[in-house]
Design a protein around this ligand. Structure first.
Ligand SMILES: NC(=O)C1=CN([C@@H]2O[C@H](COP(=O)(O)OP(=O)(O)OC[C@H]3O[C@@H](n4cnc5c(N)ncnc54)[C@H](OP(=O)(O)O)[C@@H]3O)[C@@H](O)[C@H]2O)C=CC1
Ligand SMILES: O=C(O)C1=N[C@H](C(=O)O)C[C@H](O)C1
Length: 247
């Protein structure tokens, strides 16, 4: 039995994780925590799953590392600097690992992977993410990660900067610039989590679209992380790709 704690347990995602952990045959829920003052309740857990807030998550990972507990993290808000901070924290605390996944949806991971593969073949790539209006951050962690992957694939292929002749702009009209990739964030009542990566070249466009219809859809990925985090070869793993055998 893997003993699991949940941070953010009363939230939209955390409450699904509690159900998933209680429902799986090989996991046991040891604590459901929704208040940082009660973090100590997870002592005794092998793994803690964190779906909290971008402002809280790095402190939570530090606390878990200091207490010898593996972290499976879905909370968004990670850029290179934050990942570097987590790597330093883990290096200073031998033992536990951290898995940080911008998206636990298997189809979402494939969407990001396919987008990176397609990127070098197109002059233009932009990302449109659409989420429920209660989401704390913009752009989404998934969109940010997709932009990083697209930018990396373009750089490795020696791609020119994307064509864009805009000289007059209301601020924000062209979206956020993440490593040269434009990211547009929509917040809509009725939506859960959706993303379209739009590619353009001469006479052809390609759109890769992913839709999360409910939050249960993230749970197979979360449970995969819970089962595998202790055995991962790196102290900090970013993305579910290695667990799915994707490059
Ligand atoms: N990687 C993935 O696949 C996915 C990632 N996410 C990400 O997960 C995060 C949470 O999303 P969502 O569930 O919608 O958010 P919610 O606001 O619904 O839930 C967050 C919960 O965490 C609690 N909380 C805040 N800080 C702490 C802390 N330090 N310790 C314990 N609990 C805390 C909050 O309590 P209070 O309200 O009292 O502050 C709240 O109940 C976001 O960053 C989101 O982007 C979401 C979906 C999928
Ligand atoms: O807040 C959400 O809902 C989601 N957050 C993650 C993100 O920021 O990418 C994953 C998914 O998009 C749902």
């Amino acid at each position: 039995m893997i003993k699991v704690g949940v941070f953010g347990a009363y939230g939209r995602m955390g409450s699904e994780v509690v159900k998933a952990v209680e429902g799986a045959a090989d996991t046991e829920l040891v604590a459901a925590v929704d208040d940082p003052a009660e973090r100590g309740a997870v002592r005794g857990a092998d793994v803690v799953v964190d779906f909290t807030h971008p402002d809280e998550v790095v402190g939570n990972i530090r606390w878990l590392a200091e207490n010898g507990i593996h972290a499976v993290v879905g909370t968004s808000g990670f850029d290179d600097a934050r990942i570097a901070e987590v790597r330093e924290t883990l290096a200073a605390n031998p033992g536990p690992n951290a898995l940080i996944a911008p998206n636990f949806g298997i189809a979402a991971v494939l969407m990001m992977n396919f987008a990176a593969k397609a990127a070098p073949y197109f002059e233009s790539t932009e990302i449109v993410e659409l989420h429920h209006p209660n989401k704390a951050d913009a752009p989404s962690g998934t969109a940010y990660r997709t932009a990083e992957l697209v930018a990396g694939a373009r750089a490795r292929a020696g791609a020119e900067p994307m064509p864009d002749a805009t000289t007059s702009e209301i601020p924000g009209a062209r979206g956020a610039d993440v490593e040269g990739v434009r990211v547009h964030a929509l917040r809509m009542t009725g939506m859960i989590a959706h993303q379209e990566v739009v590619f353009g070249t001469h006479g052809e466009t390609l759109r890769i679209r992913h839709d999360s219809m409910n939050r249960e859809s993230f749970m197979p990925g979360v449970l995969l992380g819970v089962r595998r985090v202790a055995g991962l070869p790196d102290r900090v793993t970013v993305g579910l790709e290695p667990l799915l055998g994707l490059d």
